[in-house]
Design a protein around this ligand. Sequence first.
Ligand code: PMP
Length: 428
Amino acid sequence: MKYQRSSALFTEAEKYIPGGVNSPVRAFKSVGGTPVFIEKAKGAYLYDADGNRLIDYIASWGPMILGHAHEPVIRAVTGKAEKGTSFGMPTETETEIARLAVSMVPNIDKIRFVNSGTEACMSAVRLARGYTGREKIIKFAGCYHGHSDAFLIQAGSGAVTFGSPNSPGVTRGTAQDTLLAGYNDLEGVKALFEANKNEIAAVIIEPVAGNMGCILPEEGFLQGLRALCDDSGALLIFDEVMTGFRLARGGAQELFNIQADIVTFGKVIGGGLPVGAFAARNEIMNHLAPLGPVYQAGTLSGNPLAMSAGLAMLSELNDRPEIFKSLEEKTLYLHKGISRVLTRHDIPHRINRLGSMISVHFTDEEVKDFGSAATGNNDRFKKFFHGMLNEGIHLPPSAFESWFLNDALSYDDLDLTINAVEKTAISL
Ligand code: PMP
């Protein structure tokens, strides 16, 4: 496939936008080449500026679980837009989506909507600090919780793709309050709690990590974190920006049967519009302004277009929970197909998968944390990525990202993808 016009559009964009993109991971820096410019999308497909049709495994980095331009979502948004796009005053739709989200997710009484996953995680940490009166947090190497200062300490996603997991501009004071542990390393977390008695406000974690590829929590790891938090009075924050409304109706809390104290959302919850949210039991949420002293606000938070898109999305997931099972089956089919091909070609690989999240790592090692994810052969990933793109399959342009499957993908699309792996594998 040819990407000439995309390439020209990128050259023009670079003149006016830093790196030509509004979010770094889009820039293809870790795989080389220039990004594909999208004109429109429908169902499982992207249509680009050169007229190519691509099968999409990015799904806008997660939100598009029902496929692109899904009719009920589009109808909800266009219907609302005609009535005004923002009021900065309450609307009934906010209560409708809040009520629905609270009914779908275990262990939460109230939810507050914001405009991004970053905002959701940043606000969740402030709330945890305000609630506990403590300042330190524990995060895990390779987990990404948005680009707020406190999280850019050994962060995953674009931060690691570009080799700057500790960003200039983050103050030493801020960095000191973020303690780092290894994913799946419960002993390491225990040691941090012991060394920082009564100082830790919260442990924040992606219950299934998606920002260093897809990495699963080992048996007992999340339960161990829950117990450590309980023993020390710290809050457990599940960052469900990726996993929420994707791995199950009630997200990772439901899937693993573990209760977090604060849960953050983004991506699916907004139906593809800019939405994030954080939620908890009343006892914690009532500390937020205007009820309590912990301040948090937003001019466009609860925006009517965003809320109606999210409501249409969550309503469908609530009404058709079988989607989660069918997505899991498709992902398993893809996993088996890719693994079969790579094995036949003697290409060392590990595939991690849960629900509709999956990632392919070109390594012999079990991939269970940031260190093992980094053992992946990046040159091979680059060739793989471009080989697949040439066959019309758009994967995330970094080995440190999870792929996301959507409900519109057919088994024919999956077979096309596996055939593309077959063609690509020869040159890996
Ligand atoms: N948390 C997680 C787990 C994420 O994957 C992301 C974004 N990829 C964020 C937080 C930040 O969300 P946003 O990009 O909407 O700010």
